[in-house]
Design a protein around this ligand. Structure first.
Ligand code: FE2
Ligand code: FE2
Length: 280
């Protein structure tokens, strides 16, 4: 059953959600971003050709995802605020999440993912992580595998995970592995690889619950785990994710975050995520 289920989920999702199913502008932006000479202005010009995507990108910028003095009112401003690094993740995240926003559970996953992206920004700034853009993207995409599960294995997703007795069960990622033979981290890693995300980002998505296993981006995976846990702890989580990971203490130590710094990170995260929730 495990192998059949695995193949079916991957094949179904790939058939309907590969590059061909993405808005044309997304593949154009991703292609343009492959060149280091591409300018923000050029990216803005491509995005303007798809008013729907452009609107969603501006909405994202203005939804509390960034600290800005004034809301972005044009796509050029939005691209400048986001920066070219995180744009790639948004090109993948926005179409997938908006396409499936009516699927049960996906709205919560999107809110949790946006909150995690904010928390990852804050943690990376606090520990002076050298690639803050990648950290933000990791936060945004870390649970994208859950969308694949919700869409392709909806009945399984709901019956086995969401309505289970929260106090007596293992974390979702462990349950998924036990029941399906793989979990949302594995699916997310596969998805990110398909879209040619950098190896460290693929690894962070793959190991965001088990950062010690990461070979190509352990610090990033660890940071993503901390951002994920903070977003969950302050209430921004999907219904099935109510756990404080026992590995959190080790992860904080790995990143050199002491009690005082953690308190500051939590306060800052509460404030920023609170702003996001108010906008919603
Ligand atoms: Fe997760
Ligand atoms: Fe998560």
């Amino acid at each position: 059953m495990v192998t059949d289920e695995h193949d079916r989920i991957f094949e179904d999702f790939e058939r309907e959600n590969g590059f061909s199913a993405m808005p044309e502008v997304v593949s154009e932006v991703l292609f343009a971003l492959q060149s280091s000479r591409t300018t923000m202005h050029e990216i803005g010009e491509i995005i303007k050709r798809d008013p729907g995507f452009a609107t969603r990108l501006i909405q994202y910028v203005n939804s509390g995802a960034y600290l800005t003095a004034n809301p972005a009112s044009s796509i050029d401003q939005a691209v400048r605020i986001i920066g070219l690094g995180p744009l790639k993740g948004l090109c993948l995240g926005i179409p997938v999440f908006s396409r499936y926003k009516h699927v049960l559970g996906v709205r919560e996953i999107w809110a949790h993912s946006r909150a995690t992206a904010i928390c990852c920004q804050i943690v990376s700034e606090a520990v002076r992580f050298p690639e803050p853009d990648t950290a933000e993207t990791a936060g945004l995409l870390h649970d994208i595998g859950k969308v694949v599960l919700a869409v392709s294995a909806g009945n399984f997703f709901l019956s086995q995970i969401q309505i289970a007795d929260a106090s007596k069960r293992d974390p979702d990622w462990k349950q998924e592995k036990e029941l399906l033979g793989f979990n949302h981290c594995f699916i997310g890693g596969w998805f990110a690889r398909k879209f040619k995300m950098p190896q460290s980002l693929v690894d962070a998505i793959l190991w965001h619950h088990e950062y010690e296993k990461s070979r190509y981006g352990r610090d990033l995976a660890c940071l993503c785990m901390v951002g994920d846990q903070i977003a969950s702890a302050i209430g921004l989580t999907h219904p099935d994710d109510v756990f404080v990971d026992p590995g959190l203490v080790g992860a904080l130590k790995h990143l050199g975050i002491d009690d005082e710094l953690f308190r500051k990170i939590l306060t800052h995260s509460l404030e920023r995520v609170g702003r996001m929730v108010a906008y919603d």
